[in-house]
Design a protein. Structure first.
Length: 123
């Protein structure tokens, strides 16, 4: 009985250890959206941006000392309703991050989305 219990504890511990890694991984694709948002969600290809477009993690995760280990969600600092503690509100932060870079890339001949309905797509 005793060793069975010990085994169970070990299994649970291994499981928790494993999911702590799963949670530290970004999804390949996000549907960026928050509760109460008026427009449709924005698809964001995390994997492509980091790997194919070769954008450094810190360009976006700009307050995290080591994004490969741990990142904080944008909206943990960028409040949805208003600017707080010097951080612009979430809509402003996202638009600056995404659209400013896209505009710059497009001057260099790329075709990254800059129009509202290219990002906020229905369906
Ligand atoms: C172009 C911007 C951008 C780049 C580049 C980027 N990320 Fe992200 N990352 C995001 C956004 C947006 C999210 C969605 C979660 C959020 O709202 O904060 C995210 C989510 C994550 C998450 C999941 C966070 C959670 O709590 O669910 C991790 C981990 C992560 N990124 C790590 C990385 C690492 C490591 C790199 C570099 C290899 C990287 N990111 C590059 C924008 C970016
Ligand atoms: C730990 C808190 C924190 C997190 C997490 C965070 N930010 Fe910020 N962000 C700030 C603060 C504070 C500022 C104000 C300028 C500064 O201190 O760098 C800022 C400024 C910005 C700016 C510049 C805005 C402007 O008007 O020039 C952009 C763009 C931005 N953040 C995007 C993001 C994105 C995208 C994410 C998530 C991938 C994110 N931030 C995560 C705190 C944070
Ligand atoms: C530092 C630059 C940079 C940032 C920041 C950035 N992107 Fe991009 N994005 C690109 C590049 C480069 C492309 C590819 C354009 C091409 O191939 O013509 C792209 C393409 C896209 C595309 C179309 C292709 C695809 O992969 O789906 C979408 C949608 C997109 N980005 C959404 C976003 C969103 C949403 C954000 C903010 C959370 C964001 N991007 C932030 C550089 C950036
Ligand atoms: C490069 C992609 C991109 C473009 C272009 C873009 N947005 Fe956004 N927008 C986002 C992201 C990412 C968010 C944060 C997550 C979300 O969609 O709710 C956001 C959030 C918002 C929000 C707050 C959430 C909501 O739906 O109420 C509004 C309003 C908004 N955008 C309006 C616009 C308008 C209007 C335009 C055109 C002038 C536009 N956006 C262009 C990516 C984009």
């Amino acid at each position: 009985m005793k060793s069975k219990k010990g085994l169970m504890v070990l299994i649970v511990a291994c499981f928790l250890f494993a999911i702590s890694f799963v949670y530290a991984q970004p999804q390949d694709v996000y549907k960026l959206h928050w509760e109460g948002a008026k427009l449709p969600p924005t698809e964001f290809t995390h994997k492509k941006h980091a790997e194919d477009y070769k954008i450094d993690c810190k360009v976006c995760h700009h307050k995290d000392p080591n994004p490969a280990e741990k990142v904080a969600k944008c909206i943990s600092c960028h409040d949805i309703a208003e600017a707080k503690n010097g951080a612009p509100k979430a809509e402003t932060a996202y638009h600056k991050n995404c659209i400013d870079c896209h505009k710059k890339e497009n001057e260099g001949g790329k075709a990254a989305p800059t129009k509202c309905n290219e990002c906020h797509k229905k369906g």
